[in-house]
Design a protein. Structure first.
Lengths: 180, 261
């Protein structure tokens, strides 16, 4: 009767620092699905997501020493690495394929009108879609595209203070959806 | 500072999702040390978020895991090309000959280094495979010994066998209690039980005068597991309990039961 093993976070971190194959296997088996869904939500492309997922696990493996439990749970750290890597990939991709200086305005409009039915159902986007339109745009730009609040304020021509409060209200609403 | 207001301001969500500015993050990290309720609220949102994402996992293509493993566990030591500095200032008349000789030496050296490296990595791979086989063999041998002991127990005529059959809806489960009439030691064989979900364990109970008595949680062992000693009982049963076992059985999670004949 083989039992399914489950480790708590601090034990897992300790194992990861020892770089054992079993630690990797456990990490991958337990978290790859969740991280893949985060990555897919951001890059919205299967091929690209596959590449980012590999990059993310290699990063986690090499940078586990940088994880600081005082700043949050391991999972939160993993998600943030995934999101950042996804955004970086998107940026370097558009940097190569588009103009050197992206016009933020263009992305804003495409974001606001982004009613791509397929991708709207992936992972976190499914939830974000429940938000009202002006919240959705903010989360799209901040979370999925990685713009700073300052950049958003300039692009949408809304005062920085409004961006701040609106983003926070959006996130508070999002939180309610997570609980369901 | 009104900490309740701060907790409800949305800053926690912003921080966890990686959307806080450096200043906002630094402030929050400072405050969470001072205010345990803030710290709790952060962890609670992190867990919420985590639970949601784990529930909404999307399985990546199956080959990715092995691709990453190849990248992480391949032998990455690289050949370092040894630089040889040649005294080129010696002005001999046939300097060209010396140059050719030096070039030949360098080529030979590089070739030899490469060959060394090639053989060494071959050696390392074989060594690695050999060790893996050795470990596997030891595990198999240990299992073999356990199984042999289990078989002997089943044959021992002083062992009472109590076969426990699956409860309605769980008919595919069977387990057997071996009860040593001399020492009153109890052993359990559970190879035909379905796998327990994460965080759960099977627990054996002896039914003594109508009351369940804890006979121990069933750990993952090869062959039969030794349980608590039971002096007398009319029946045995197994329930599914939280990890570590419970003081009282969860009766609606009873999997198998068998009477002592």
């Amino acid at each position: 009767m083989p039992e399914k093993i489950s480790y708590n976070e601090s034990k897992l971190v300790q194992m990861l620092k020892q770089r054992t194959a079993a630690a990797f296997s456990y990490l991958y088996d337990n978290y790859s699905g969740a991280l893949y869904s985060v990555i897919l939500s951001v890059v919205q492309d299967n091929e690209l997501a596959n590449d980012v997922l590999q990059e993310v696990f290699i990063k986690i493996w090499r940078q586990i020493e940088q994880y600081n439990p005082d700043k949050g749970r391991l999972f939160t750290w993993l998600v943030n690495i995934s999101r950042n890597a996804s955004i970086d990939t998107l940026r370097s991709k558009s940097y190569h394929s588009q103009k050197q200086n992206r016009e933020l305005n263009e992305t804003v409009y495409s974001a606001a009108g982004a009613t791509n039915i397929e991708t709207d159902k992936i992972g976190l986007r499914k939830i974000v879609n429940n938000l009202k339109e002006d919240y959705k745009v903010l989360v799209e730009l901040a979370y999925f595209q990685g713009y700073t609040q300052d950049e958003i304020s300039k692009a949408l021509n809304i005062p920085l203070g409004t961006v701040k409060t609106r983003l926070r209200s959006a996130l508070i609403q999002l939180k309610e959806f997570f609980k369901k | 500072m009104d900490i309740k207001e701060y907790i409800q301001s949305g800053i926690i969500e912003q921080y966890v999702l990686g959307l806080a500015t450096a200043e906002e993050a630094a402030e929050l990290e400072q405050l969470r040390i001072q205010y345990p309720e803030l710290n709790d609220a952060i962890i609670s949102f992190e867990k919420n978020f985590e639970e949601h994402l784990l529930l909404n996992s999307i399985q990546p293509p199956a080959n990715i895991k092995s691709l990453i493993e190849k990248e992480l566990f391949a032998d990455t030591s690289k050949t370092k090309i040894v630089e040889t500095s040649l005294a080129s200032k010696t002005s001999t008349p046939n300097i060209n000959a010396w140059r050719w000789l030096a070039a030949a030496c360098i080529i030979l050296l590089i070739g030899s280094t490469a060959l060394n490296f090639y053989f060494y990595s071959g050696y390392k791979n074989s060594r690695h495979d050999y060790e893996a086989l050795l470990t596997e063999r030891n595990t198999l041998q240990a299992n073999n010994v356990s199984y042999k002991q289990s078989l002997e127990m089943f044959q021992d005529t002083s062992m009472m066998h109590v076969q426990m059959k699956g409860m309605p809806g769980k008919e595919e489960n069977i387990a057997t209690v071996l009860w040593d009439k001399r020492s009153k030691d109890v052993y359990i064989y559970t190879a035909e039980m379905q796998q327990t979900p994460t965080g759960k364990q099977y627990q054996l109970w002896a039914i003594v005068d109508g009351k369940p008595v804890d006979a121990g949680v069933i750990n993952n062992c090869t062959g039969v597991c030794k349980m608590k000693r039971i002096d007398h009982a009319q029946a045995f049963a197994i329930t599914l309990e939280k990890e570590g076992g419970s003081a009282k059985p969860t009766l609606n999670d009873m999997y198998v039961m068998g009477k002592v004949s």
